[in-house]
Design a protein around this ligand. Structure first.
Ligand code: ADP
Length: 230
């Protein structure tokens, strides 16, 4: 589903990613963890086609996304990738329903079809009675569920989430974790999640540790003699 090979990225003289190889399968929920400044968000932005790497290749569902021109790339991103951020980034002047419909409008789907899909997503999220509420009339947990519904609007190949539970209290955090796994189990949805939330990382199918721009292999999964040399 997602294949990264030899990904490198620098900002000025700062080399942030120093050669990342990673394959993510359809339906996997993968967490990316590591110290602050290690390059986790940069890696997520590259997978999300928001940053271009300096070197390496990136295939998403067989498409060589780095070969697309900027118009085709924007279209590909909108159709194939959903984003969920720590601060929900809903548009304040639009209702929950309208916020969910936005990615579909960019993809130029018909209004009736979009409204129907957005209503179904609201129902799935248990928010059917919040359709006409604006973001400031919703709780933090509700706003984050609207953001997840918006990310699902165009049935993306993958949802990329950057600290999705970072601004939530423990009850809403647990609900959001549950929602991700429900979406994985019911829809086969693939997730890549950058998180400091250890509880969430432990629940995921696989945890990628980024340390100093590299993927680090935890000593516990290496044969004993190799682990001792690290
Ligand atoms: P993490 O998500 O692991 O905390 P980031 O990927 O956000 O780390 O950042 C890695 C390093 O790259 C940090 O030192 C950060 O300051 C730097 N960085 C990230 N984005 C930019 C940018 N757009 N311009 C310059 N430096 C950046």
């Amino acid at each position: 589903m997602i294949e990264l090979h030899g990904i490198r990225k620098s900002f000025g003289t700062l080399e942030v990613l120093k050669g990342i190889d990673l394959n993510i399968e359809k339906g996997e929920v993968v967490s990316i963890v590591g110290p602050s400044g290690a390059g986790k968000t940069t890696l997520l932005q590259i997978i999300g086609t928001l940053y271009k790497p300096d070197a390496g290749s990136l295939l998403i569902n067989g498409t060589d996304v780095l070969a697309l021109n900027s118009r085709k790339l924007a279209d590909f991103r909108n159709r194939h990738i959903g984003f969920v951020f720590q601060f929900h980034q809903l548009l304040p002047e639009f209702t929950a329903l309208e916020n969910i419909m936005i990615p579909g409008m960019i993809a130029r789907r018909s209004h009736g079809e979009l409204r129907q899909r957005a209503l179904e997503l609201l129902q799935f999220m248990g928010l059917q009675d919040r359709a006409e509420h604006k973001p400031n009339e919703l709780s933090g947990g509700e706003q984050q569920r609207v953001a997840v519904a918006r990310a699902l609007m165009n049935q993306p190949d993958v949802i990329l989430a950057d600290e999705p539970s970072g601004s939530l209290d423990s009850h809403n955090k647990a609900e959001l974790h549950q929602l991700f796994f429900e979406l994985r189990d019911k829809l086969g949805q693939t997730f890549v999640i950058v998180t400091h939330d250890e509880e969430l990382a432990q629940l995921t199918d696989r945890t990628i540790h980024i340390i100093d721009g590299h993927i680090s292999v935890p000593p516990s999964i290496l044969p004993e003699n190799e682990a001792s040399t690290i």
